[in-house]
Write a protein that binds this ligand. Structure first.
Ligand code: HEC
Ligand code: HEC
Ligand code: HEC
Ligand code: HEC
Length: 430
């Protein structure tokens, strides 16, 4: 007991010591340059220089993720071509790279043509500091090109994305995140300093959808942060007129695209329970000439394992990296199985329809494939390849594989004639 208590106290102290913000001198940035990054270069050289590291295209030490340009999920996992058939993600779907490129990459994305202004919401604070302050969510449903045109190259994803330019304190600018957390009963204006070190990333690294009424960005948090609660949110009438992202051309199922639920996945993890946030791992404290500062190279923490992990963990960097690698390998294995089985469910339902099964008879199988793909995508689109929350991720992939097999079994049973009427167990999306 004594030893356990001592270990606990040491852990608390070590986590506690890491927290207080480092000291810095506040500089005045001219009003017309507050959304840029270059205007901050001289005032905050250590932070600025490390932020520039986000231009590097280094691979991850584990081989998963990485910051290289053009790493395609579609080449790596060809089952995604079937899963996203009929939807823009089957045209181009690359892994993420550094924040420096957020503007350039959306402008050059093959998925961009035809999109709306809402897409700029997670590419920097222009959406808030210019559009939202002027006329609320109006920008969200206007054409993307019209909304993006006035934004200069240097005004995408800069320092004001996470800092209030007046005070340099952390701030949440994405009003969709604030509204969605309020829907769950969480008041962002009362967040602690430590909570802000997760919310500031969570405002973008999260699942979201666009509401039917005015295209605003919203997150399905009200029922809880796990994949099952978010699924129930989309099914129980919470989703403000949003029914899905597209209809799959093979199965004819109305589908949901999950989008990088990094925040939610982390929320339920042992690290979150211990008060360890995104910033502790992805933006560790550094020292240069005796000066302590926060690294602004937001990338794989295994590129800085000593500063990112060993301040709390006693294992060697090699042991910890191997542990992460094992979690990734296990996750990737099951993710592929879930994806391949779900892809097979789409074509099985297609074959059942071709054999004469009616829409009414196939309604349950379609609902099941929608659910299977939701769980698969919740993991596939999440950026930690299992690490952020290994046990929650395994549970979610298990549900996906189960739903996909049920969908296949159900569609085949309709064709065999062993199911004639097929009552929908859960209300289908309207
Ligand atoms: C993606 C979010 C994000 C962006 C973008 C960002 N910062 Fe930070 N910054 C943080 C976080 C998180 C901290 C830690 C703050 C804390 O714990 O109080 C921080 C801390 C700081 C500090 C306080 C001193 C320190 O080192 O801890 C300064 C100064 C700073 N950032 C400057 C900048 C500048 C300049 C830019 C643009 C080049 C920038 N930041 C861009 C998230 C960001
Ligand atoms: C304004 C929205 C936004 C915020 C806030 C934000 N991110 Fe990101 N993040 C992105 C986008 C968009 C990309 C992908 C950029 C690209 O590929 O061009 C990205 C990419 C990344 C990557 C991949 C980089 C690599 O080397 O592979 C990491 C890691 C990351 N973000 C961590 C964080 C952390 C940690 C925070 C909080 C301190 C944060 N992000 C805050 C939008 C955001
Ligand atoms: C306990 C440490 C830790 C915490 C906390 C953490 N991460 Fe991570 N994150 C990692 C590790 C480790 C990886 C996998 C890196 C690798 O394989 O190279 C990762 C991967 C990522 C990636 C993908 C990077 C890439 O190369 O493509 C993103 C994006 C990301 N995390 C964002 C976040 C966000 C946002 C949060 C908070 C909501 C968060 N992380 C919390 C450790 C952490
Ligand atoms: C601020 C402290 C802190 C940091 C930074 C941190 N960890 Fe942890 N980590 C913890 C705590 C606390 C636990 C839970 C301890 C326990 O239950 O034994 C934990 C648990 C883990 C586990 C077991 C996870 C599980 O689901 O059971 C792994 C693996 C791990 N950490 C890896 C890492 C890696 C890799 C990094 C760096 C990218 C990292 N940690 C950074 C404090 C930290």
């Amino acid at each position: 007991m004594g030893v356990a208590f001592f270990v606990f106290v040491v852990a608390v102290i070590r986590i506690g010591i890491a927290k207080p913000a480092t000291k810095f001198e506040l500089a005045h940035i001219p009003d017309d340059q507050r959304l840029t990054r270059m205007a901050y270069a001289e005032a905050y050289p250590l932070q600025f220089e490390s932020f520039k590291m986000n231009m590097r295209g280094d691979p991850s030490p584990t081989g998963f993720g990485g910051a290289q340009f053009g790493n395609s999920h579609l080449t790596e996992q060809p089952e995604q071509l079937e899963l996203f058939k009929g939807y823009k993600f089957s045209i181009q779907y690359d892994d993420d790279r550094g924040h420096w490129y957020a503007g350039q990459d959306i402008l050059e994305s093959k998925r961009r043509p035809g999109q709306k202004g809402s897409c700029i919401t997670c590419k920097g604070s222009y959406m808030y500091d210019v559009y939202f302050k002027e006329s609320g969510w109006d920008y969200a449903s206007k054409p993307f090109d019209e909304i993006a045109a006035p934004i200069k190259d240097d005004e995408w994803f800069g320092c004001s994305t996470c800092h209030d330019p007046d005070t340099m304190q952390l701030r949440i600018y994405n009003q969709g995140f604030i509204e969605s957390m309020a829907e769950k009963g969480i008041d962002i204006s009362k967040a602690s300093h430590n909570e802000m070190r997760a919310y500031v990333c969570g405002q973008c690294h999260t699942e979201y959808f666009f509401t039917a009424e005015d295209g605003r960005v919203h997150m399905p948090y009200a029922n809880g942060f796990d994949a099952e609660s978010e699924w129930s949110y989309y099914q129980d009438g919470h989703a403000k007129g949003f029914t899905g992202d597209w209809t799959h051309p093979d199965s004819n199922a109305r589908m949901l695209k999950a989008q990088h639920p990094d925040f939610e996945c982390w929320q339920l993890s042992v690290h979150a329970d211990a008060g360890v946030t995104c910033v502790d791992c992805h933006m560790p404290y550094m020292r240069e000439d005796g000066q302590k500062y926060t690294s602004h190279w937001m990338t794989s923490p295994l590129k800085t394992t000593e500063q990112s992990c060993l301040k709390c963990h006693d294992e060697s960097a090699e042991v910890l990296t191997a542990r992460v690698q094992t979690i990734h390998d296990n996750t990737f294995k099951l993710q592929r199985i879930a994806g391949e089985t779900t892809a097979r469910a789409h074509t099985t339902i297609q074959a059942a329809a071709a054999a004469g099964a009616t829409d009414e008879q196939l309604a349950q199988a379609r609902l099941l494939v929608r659910e299977a793909q939701w769980y698969w995508d919740w993991v596939a689109a999440e950026n930690g390849m299992g690490f952020h929350n290994p046990d929650r991720i395994m549970r979610t992939l298990g549900l996906s594989i189960d739903c996909a097999h049920q969908a296949i079994e159900n569609a085949n049973a309709v064709v065999r004639g062993s199911i004639t009427t097929n009552p929908v167990l859960q209300a289908p999306q309207s």
